[in-house]
Design a protein. Structure first.
Length: 420
């Protein structure tokens, strides 16, 4: 009779560089960036980079990106990669405009959610029931949504008053509002251009000025999503499907049901983002209106490490860079080149401290080029302003890629009963 030696399993070692930032550290980083931004504003004279109007526009542009990102978060936490967010947003813009100009803006909001959910249902059937590759299904949905809305527009909007084959008639506005007293006081303080004080006033003023009711709802959905997914038994079951569906099934969780629910909710969020574009952002549907925001929303979700708070920060960053197209773009982007160069100095120093010398040297070279670019120019071409949101997307993802942790079963095929 032989005996076996049982060894106590070692605790898993933490992966270097994958630690999640604590709240105090994150707040310290945000405060540091705000101080640097205030310094850059004083040096460059580009007061618009922290103005109330700039921040208000940034919030309005961040909402559809954030809603698309929330949609991606719901689906991927259940294990379904949702590349089809762009197509679901497209359906949301069309359905929202179609219902909105006939029955009013709130009907348009409802139908936008329904349109996105219908697209998500197709994605769920393909990926969950038939195990189609998630990327292939998402791309196919994007193409299908684009072609379908263009086809439908020819029969619904072309003969409508003030409409055309590529544009809907005007949609009634949901209206906007300011926080009484606070909005005006912060705007006055922002216009004094005091160091840091006016910059903080501009940031806060943008959050309480010219708000749409749908903006308030969209912002509220961020903490609601966190509470549902991380503080309820429903959320626990849903997240277990994205981490280990076999183990979840063994505990009695209907994995297919939760995946379907997650993807449909995901489409509803993306459709709401599309409805926001056609009803709030422009009061009209336009062909190509989403302009890749579904993909940027997916990038914001990845930047946020599949967490609602980080996603909101990512959406705010991309919304801010997108707003530069509308308000003093060339001057403000030129000032942000200096800000980016200063931030890269800290990045190079951090990499050198971590003994990552090759990335540190590469970052230092890029930093030097950014300083030269700023010193030898007075503004930037309009093409650079237009491309800024997409360049920021690529830059942020490349810098944060090493510290990301996606759900373990995200995108993996699953069949009911496969663990038996």
């Amino acid at each position: 009779m032989s005996t076996a030696t049982v060894t106590k399993p070692k605790a898993p070692q933490p992966v270097r560089g994958s630690r999640r930032l604590s709240l105090p550290v994150l707040l310290l980083i945000i405060a540091g960036v705000l101080v640097l931004t205030a310094i850059v504003r004083l040096v460059t004279g580009a007061d618009g980079i922290t103005s109330t109007g700039q921040m208000s526009t940034a919030l309005r542009l961040a909402v559809p990106i954030g809603l698309a990102g929330l949609g991606g978060l719901w689906a991927e936490r259940a294990g379904v990669v949702n590349i089809g967010l762009e197509g679901m947003m497209i359906l949301g813009t069309w359905f929202g405009a179609w219902a909105g100009y006939q029955w009013g803006p709130w009907a348009g909001v409802l139908f936008g959610v329904i349109g996105g959910a219908l697209g998500a249902l197709l994605h769920a059937v393909a990926t969950v029931t038939f195990n189609v590759n998630h990327i292939v299904s998402g791309v196919a949905l994007n193409i299908l949504a684009l072609g379908t809305t263009r086809y439908l527009s020819k029969f619904t909007f072309a003969d409508a008053p003030q409409g055309s084959a590529k544009q809907s008639p005007p949609i009634s506005s949901l209206g906007t509002f300011d926080i009484p007293g606070l909005s005006g006081w912060l705007d006055t303080l922002n216009q004094k251009h005091w160091f840091l004080v006016s910059d903080i006033a501009g940031l806060l003023g943008g959050l309480v000025t010219d708000l749409s009711p749908l903006t308030v709802i969209a912002v509220a959905l961020v903490p609601v999503t966190w509470w549902v997914l991380w503080r309820t038994s429903f959320g626990l079951r849903l997240r277990s499907c994205g981490e280990n569906p076999v183990a979840a099934e063994s505990l009695g969780v209907n994995v297919y049901k939760y995946k379907y629910l997650a993807v449909i909710i995901s489409g509803g969020f993306a459709g709401l983002g599309g409805a926001f574009l056609s009803i709030v952002a422009s009061n009209v549907y336009l062909d190509g209106q989403t302009a890749g925001r579904g993909y940027i929303g997916l990038a914001a979700m990845i930047f946020g490490n599949w967490m609602p708070g980080g996603l909101a920060l990512g959406a705010g960053l991309f919304g801010y860079t997108d707003s530069l197209n509308l308000r003093g773009g060339t001057v403000n982007v030129h000032a942000l080149i200096l800000l980016l160069a200063i931030l890269l100095v800290f990045g190079a120093a951090y990499l050198a401290w971590r003994k990552k010398y090759v990335p540190a040297v590469v970052t230092a070279v890029i930093t030097a080029l950014m300083f030269v670019w700023y010193a030898t120019t007075d503004d930037v071409p309009n093409q650079v302003v237009t491309a800024t949101p997409y360049l920021v997307t690529l830059l942020v993802l490349s810098l944060s890629a090493q510290s990301l942790r996606m759900p373990k079963a995200d995108g993996l095929p699953y069949r009911k009963g496969q663990g038996k």
